[in-house]
Design a protein around this ligand. Structure first.
Ligand code: SF4
Ligand code: SF4
Length: 344
């Protein structure tokens, strides 16, 4: 593993050679926003993106994914991984992928996620533009990005590719790379260091202090009522989050009524139906009936409940929830700061 350099004039040819050999997914422009999509040519790749609407987890955990198809006589699984390069992932989303990797392995390995994850080469890239709602430089500093195969840093005149795994090293065969010089490696390091401290939103507390205070605030109903007052339970803050991983499973029958499929869909704990169950005997119960309870649950999960197993908060500071919330209340900086200031 090491550091390679590619001249800017050779970059498009590198990406096009990858596209000719594999499925390549990367950030591309959609009106005035960015999305991860399969690339048809190097021209579509926009490594100057600030943040994408949905996180890259959708490559391994699609919003709707068939798990099995069934017929009168047989049931077949739907796992069909595709050799893929995910090209252009900011470090905060690398953290998010590492967290979902852990969560989908944690109890029973979930091969509906892991098969595509293992078939994917993840290439991180440096941050060239900062999303206005991001705060990745002041949250979860103890969680180091890991699990990616290579890291691409754009410099004036070319780019440095740090290869971290055999899959990352294999990328070199697709472009006119040479070994990077010490100056180029230093320049890449400085480029990545220079974005830290540049986010306009900031959390001024350690993750440990936040986790303790948020847990202590659990029974402060007045506070949660106020924080969640305008929430209309749309679930958008869940949908865009790189570390949300809940799903629902539904069966769909074909018209012949003997065959069909079982599909899993992203679920959202902010929606009213999420914790609603029908019990034996037909009685209905909703374990988080009030929108304030659902809002609180989300913040408990992001700041406290998962910290031990993930080594830090289940929030990467991407700022997507802040952007997605129509009533502008989902911003973790707003919520956490308000909680931290209670009684101070
Ligand atoms: S809670 Fe919001 S800021 Fe944190 S990772 Fe999820 S979407 Fe990003
Ligand atoms: S906090 Fe905002 S985005 Fe999340 S469910 Fe409530 S209204 Fe929707």
């Amino acid at each position: 593993m090491g550091y390679l350099y590619l001249e800017e004039k050779d970059f498009a040819a590198f990406v096009d050679a990858l596209i000719a050999a594999k499925r390549v997914v990367g950030p591309t422009a959609k009106r005035n926003k960015f999305v991860y999509e399969q690339l048809a040519s190097a021209d579509e790749l926009r490594l100057d993106f600030d943040v994408t609407i949905l996180p890259p987890k959708k490559v391994f955990f699609p919003p709707a994914q068939d798990i099995v198809r069934f017929g009168e006589q047989a049931i077949e699984g739907c796992i069909a991984p595709v050799d893929t390069v995910l090209l252009g992932v900011h470090f905060y989303d690398v953290k998010g992928i590492d967290m979902t990797d852990y969560l989908f392995r944690e109890r029973k390995e979930d091969w509906n996620y892991l098969a595509q994850r293992e078939a994917t080469t993840v290439v991180a890239s440096n941050i060239q533009a900062i999303s206005p709602r991001a705060f990745w430089d002041s949250v979860g500093a103890e969680v180091k990005p890991k699990g990616h195969d290579a890291f691409l840093t754009k410099l004036a005149g070319g780019c440095v590719l740090e290869t971290l795994t055999p899959k990352g090293e294999a990328l070199a065969a697709f472009g006119a790379f040479r070994d990077a010089t010490a100056d180029e490696i230093n320049a890449a390091q400085q480029t990545n260091d220079s974005v830290m401290g540049q986010c306009s939103e900031k959390l001024g507390y350690t993750s440990e202090a936040i986790a303790a205070k948020v847990r202590d605030s659990f029974d402060n109903e007045e506070l949660w009522d106020e924080l969640a007052m305008d929430c209309f339970s749309c679930g958008s803050c869940n949908t865009v989050c790189p570390t949300c991983y809940c799903f629902d499973v539904k069966d769909a029958w074909n018209l012949n009524q003997v065959s069909g499929s079982r599909t899993r869909y992203w679920d959202a704990c902010l929606t009213r139906e999420f914790a609603a169950v029908t019990m034996a005997g037909g009685d209905k119960e909703n374990f988080r009936e009030r929108h304030q309870s659902r809002f609180r649950h989300r913040f408990m999960r992001k700041t406290a409940y998962l910290n031990e197993k993930l080594g830090g908060p289940a929030c990467t500071g991407c700022g997507r929830c802040s952007q997605a919330c129509t009533v502008n209340i989902a911003d973790p900086v707003r919520v956490i700061t308000a909680i931290m200031e209670v009684g101070s």
